[in-house]
Write a protein that binds this ligand. Structure first.
Ligand SMILES: Nc1ncnc2c1ncn2[C@@H]1O[C@H](COP(=O)(O)OP(=O)(O)O)[C@@H](O)[C@H]1O
Ligand SMILES: [Mg+2]
Length: 263
């Protein structure tokens, strides 16, 4: 059995869509038949739970870091998708884990049977000692100069750490005032893994606690996420099961929420 493949979703700049990309990618991979663990490692602003409607969970990554609970005992199952989640905790004082605590977490991650571990992270560069140097990093950027310049800086940091990385462009509107895909490719000097369109279904999904990918698989945002999921799954030698689940349960739940309030 091989170790889980860790994908760290990162950016130098805040608000570019790390959590959105993490949640939807993890969901797409899980719905395509992979065993996926999504870790909210944004210890400063944990928000994975909000996207998934599990913000009330009284367990999470903090308990594992502190050795108060095991990974297995702290994982929350997102039932509509089968995705396992290690949520963050919204606490008054953010918890900055020590190197030893992160090692405790990774030790358990690598003993698990997951195929993929997706980590949502805070903005910025985190050296190897803290976040490990495993798998690869996704760098999320928007098609703006300030965001791209930051993304390039992060890419240089990863190069120095010998951590593999790929660029995901998010909130793309295809407008003349935005950076062109070719310009971003040139600045980044590497592969663009995916271009995710700016889409209303993202904020709607957050407000309904149903991630965009689950809400509407045919939307352009979702198909771009699906293609990214397929890329990783096939790259690691797993089978991409396109029709494993249609998210029907989640859509019914969403309809109920719309009809009868937020519950
Ligand atoms: N592709 C998208 N289309 C529309 N809105 C988006 C998209 N991606 C992210 N957003 C919105 O941008 C904001 C920041 O996204 P978020 O994923 O929380 O960023 P980060 O985790 O990098 O801080 C949120 O309000 C989110 O709904
Ligand atoms: Mg975030």
């Amino acid at each position: 059995m091989s170790k889980p493949y860790v994908i760290r979703v990162s950016s130098q700049k805040g608000g570019v869509g790390k959590t959105t990309a993490s949640v939807n990618l993890a969901m797409a991979m899980s719905l395509a038949g992979s065993k996926v663990l999504l870790i909210d490692a944004d210890f400063i602003n944990p928000s994975v739970g909000i996207h998934l409607g599990i913000e009330g969970a009284n367990t999470g990554v903090r308990a594992v870091l502190l050795g108060k609970s095991t990974l297995e005992g702290s994982v929350v199952r997102h039932n509509p998708s089968g995705l396992d989640v290690l949520p963050g905790e919204i606490v008054s004082r953010p918890h900055n884990p020590t190197v030893a605590q992160m090692q405790r977490l990774f030790k358990q991650v690598f003993k698990s049977t997951y195929n993929f571990v997706i980590m949502d992270t805070p903005p910025g560069f985190f050296p190897d000692e803290e976040f490990g140097n495993f798998g690869e990093a996704i760098i999320v950027t928007t098609p703006e100069m300030s965001s791209c310049v930051s993304a390039v800086r992060l890419a240089n940091d990863y190069d120095r750490s010998h951590l593999k990385h790929g660029l995901v462009v998010n909130k793309f509107r295809n407008k003349g005032y935005e950076l062109h895909i070719n310009e971003m490719e040139e600045m980044y000097d590497g592969t663009i893994l995916a271009v995710l369109p700016d889409s209303e279904i993202v904020p709607i999904g957050v407000s309904e606690r149903i991630p965009a990918y689950l809400m509407n698989r045919r939307a352009p945002f979702s198909s771009a996420i699906g293609q990214l999921a397929e890329k990783y799954i096939t790259k690691m030698g797993f089978e991409f099961q396109a029709k494993k689940s249609n998210g029907l349960l989640a859509r019914i739940a969403a309809a109920f929420r719309l009809l009868f309030g937020r519950g």
